[in-house]
Design a protein around this ligand. Structure first.
Ligand code: ASP
Length: 454
């Protein structure tokens, strides 16, 4: 059985929704269909979720909500009209929205906001179920409440209560036909609607795939596959050059450094349950997409992708005989811990220690405090913070036990006149990190891509 999730761009209008129906009906194993709210029809358009946020704000502030309300209804009404679904579903959606709006006074602002945001997915799932029926195919809307999608944590940033897996699995233990399930939200134990972070329909799909032990979690989006490099940096990378398979480890390493196809947090449930994840394109359903799984056949000496991310800084600490000073590293990291800063990498020398940190965690006033504390508590010879680094991640299970991978990267960068500021490789050998100055990022990514992929 397959769980397939369709993002907002795959459901933005009737034309897109028709493609979704075709895809689902083409494979009888596609039994659970998780939907987002309708997304942008063109770059200047607004997602239904954003329209709902504007509607919620207008209601909370006591403003007239007619315009915002009309904009939301119109998005569904135009899809229903184009697909000739009849007026009933539109009236049902209107009534649903009015019912939610009526709760503005009863709920806290954040509870009300989540109730409104969830309307995008909830009503879309109902509409998609009607669209299946219009094609003469039985599909049933399933509610996160009835199936036991229990969330905890903060509104707008909720997480799954792990007990839900058992309930969800029971709810889907014996069902017939196709189920259309709204993404992005669930319910708290006391019955309030709560949403995952933005983009959270991916999380819903991943949870359901794990709960029912799906054969595969298909995540339909608008790219043919995951590219081995960011096409905005290397425009020559072509459709046919997408990654066919990668392992969860490779995905995690690439997503860490900015591979933006999906959020790696979202797929944690599927990864933990070892469900293969297939990234596919709604607009090109014939393309096999990228399969992400526990293991794959690797060709020694190959790389799966080169990722890059900006916005890193480097805390440099030097002290003569540092290597003999027991507890130096622990005390240094404790200073960061007490400021609530997590670190990314720690390349070191005999008497020097670098700590690579995301710049967002080290604004100037925090930097001053951290540097002062390091001076006071560790008495280093030198401490400074260098800013504006980009990190490059060269990733591939095929690099393990293959001599010369780092040498190849170094040579490529040297030939392009790019100096490496830091290098870090763990013993897993599945990736290594090279930090360069931000202005060298594009040149470095291009040089590495050429070295490893041409
Ligand atoms: N509709 C929600 C959003 O725009 C969730 C999703 O699409 O996954 O963030």
């Amino acid at each position: 059985m397959k769980v397939c999730k369709f993002g907002g761009s795959s459901l933005a209008d009737a034309g897109q929704l028709n493609k979704v129906l075709d895809i689902v009906l083409a494979d009888p194993a596609r039994r659970i269909v998780v939907v987002s709210a309708p997304g942008k029809r063109n770059p200047g358009d607004t997602k239904v979720t954003d329209l709902l946020i504007a509607l919620a704000l207008a209601a909370t502030e006591g403003r007239n909500t007619d315009r915002e309300f009309g904009e939301v209804v119109e998005r569904y009404a135009s899809i229903a009209a184009d697909l000739k679904l009849g007026e009933d579903i539109v009236r049902q959606i209107e009534a649903d929205l009015k019912g939610r709006l009526a709760k503005a006074g009863e709920l806290s602002a954040e509870e009300f906001m989540d109730l409104m945001k969830a309307a995008g997915e909830d009503n879309n799932a109902k509409l998609v179920a009607v669209a299946f029926a219009a094609r003469g195919k039985k599909a049933r809307y399933a509610s996160p409440k009835d199936t036991g999608m229990i969330l905890k944590g903060s509104f707008g940033d909720a997480t799954l209560d792990p007990d839900s897996y058992a309930t969800l699995s029971r709810a889907f233990s014996n069902f017939e036909g196709i189920v259309v399930y709204p993404g992005f939200f669930g319910y708290t134990r006391d019955g309030k609607v709560a949403t995952f972070p933005r983009g959270g329909s991916d999380i819903t799909g991943s949870i359901l795939a794990a709960a029912i032990c799906a054969d595969v979690y298909e995540n339909f989006t608008d790219v043919d596959s995951v590219y081995p490099v960011d096409p905005r940096i290397v425009p020559s990378v072509r459709d046919g050059e997408g990654i066919a398979t990668m392992t969860y480890r490779e995905m995690r390493e690439l997503a860490y450094a900015g591979f933006g196809v999906f959020n790696d947090d979202a797929v944690i449930p599927a990864v933990r349950a070892r469900i293969p994840i297939n990234i596919r394109n709604t607009n090109h359903p014939g393309e096999p997409g990228t399969m992400i799984q526990q293991s794959r056949r690797v060709i020694p000496g190959t790389v799966v992708g080169v990722a890059s991310a900006d916005g890193f800084c480097n805390i440099v600490v030097e002290k003569y005989l540092m290597n003999r000073e027991i507890g130096f590293g622990r005390r240094l990291l404790q200073i960061l811990e007490s400021e609530g800063i997590s670190y990314e990498h720690m390349p070191s020398g005999v008497d020097s220690q670098c700590i690579v940190v995301k710049e967002q965690y080290l604004p100037k006033e925090v930097e001053r405090r951290v540097v002062q504390t390091i001076k006071r508590e560790l008495e280093p010879d030198y401490v400074t913070v260098e800013r504006d680094f980009s990190i490059l991640m060269i990733v591939g299970e095929g690099m393990c036990y293959t001599p010369g991978m780092l040498a190849k990267a170094c040579l490529a960068l040297a030939s392009s006149g790019i100096s490496m500021s830091m290098v870090n490789q763990g013993s897993s050998e599945v990736s290594f990190m090279i930090a360069v100055r931000r202005q060298d990022r594009d040149g470095a990514v291009n040089a590495l891509y050429k070295a490893f992929f041409s």
